[in-house]
Design a protein around this ligand. Sequence first.
Ligand code: ASP
Ligand code: MG
Length: 440
Amino acid sequence: MKVLKFGGTSVGSPENMRAVMQLITNGEQKIIVLSAMSGTTNALVEISNCLYKKNKDEANIAINVLETKYNKVIDELYISDDSKKQGNEVVEKSFDVIKSFISKEFDLLGENTIVAQGELISTQLVAILMEENGFDVKLLPALDFMRIDENKAADMNVISNNIKKVMKEVGEAQYYITQGFICLNANGHIDNLQRGGSDYTASLIGAAIDAEEIEIWTDIDGFHNNDPRYVTNTRKIDQLSFDEAAELAYFGAKILHPQTVFPARLHNIPVRLKNTMNPADSGTLITSESDGKGIKAVAAKDGITAIKILSSRMLMAYGFLKNIFEIFERYKTPIDMISTSEVAVSLSIDNTKYLDQIRTELEKYGTVGIDENMSIICIVGDIIQEERGFASKVFNALDDIPIRMISYGGSRFNISVLVPTAHKIQTLQSLSDNILNNNN
Ligand code: ASP
Ligand code: MG
């Protein structure tokens, strides 16, 4: 069985929902994972922000705007009065939940409950549409099987056991529809897999049922070899290995949630990125195989802060790096890049929530310097198979760029350089001109 995930734009209008229905109803049994309609999750986060600030009037306005939008969707989506009635009930029920928080104390559980309504609505609306059109469709409630543990990591055992149970309970169907993104946490409370997490849902389900393929349907043909928002002449990549795709997804290529690759890789399930607007295109296929063509792509991740710790105590000393890393661990702040010399270490982070505390603690070990507004430029491919002189080619391409850090050799699939964000586009374009569009 295949698992197909459709993103917010793919279900973003009645017309697109119908297009999705056409795409999935080829007679093969499958599980379909849906995001919320585009714009909905943002709107729900906004409503939650108003409620945190106890700004009830603004919350009410935002709720009404969103509800009106859904009423219009229902009017256009269905033909029969019965379907319209069912659709209205779905929307009303979710908006009752949302509105109930106006007069309640608001906390993270409230926010998670509100934000979950997007996927709960979209899946039910599409299921009603498919029923109206005579298809054999059943809903698999994601909250009955998707779990994260105390560390917010997906609980694969629970997911795997539960989904099989839930599928039995709801009974045989040709098309199963479920919510992306939402789950229960270790306390049994409603939670989610973070923004963009529907891709991850699809991959976790794929792994849980040992799917034949996981398809992620979005509004672009697949991974591009550079960021089409900033660079001209980008090309779609036909094939990537899991490792290459993981690096690209993590370092900026917005098309795929970074964790998506891991469950698929573990179970060796091919992942295919497809475009709802151009279904004939084969998209990007991600498998255990690299097609061995050297550098495949570059991507950029913004909002990076570089931290340098300079200390004479580092010289010939052991335990220094451990002490430094422990500070980041204590503040639950992941480190992306590291680069060391005999007397200094530089590293990069993207979560600056505890930057002040981290800086104060680091100052016990040396002089601390912080550079903000940096971007990681990630160069991805099967680099070992590239001819010699490859590093010099990369550096030649970066001739005019003030590079703050370089990371080479950490993995054979990636070289990362840290540059000021002001130089990001220039860096991406130069890598495109000198490497991507030159050799391949
Ligand atoms: N609806 C969620 C979001 O907008 C999850 C997703 O679309 O993947 O982040
Ligand atoms: Mg997405």
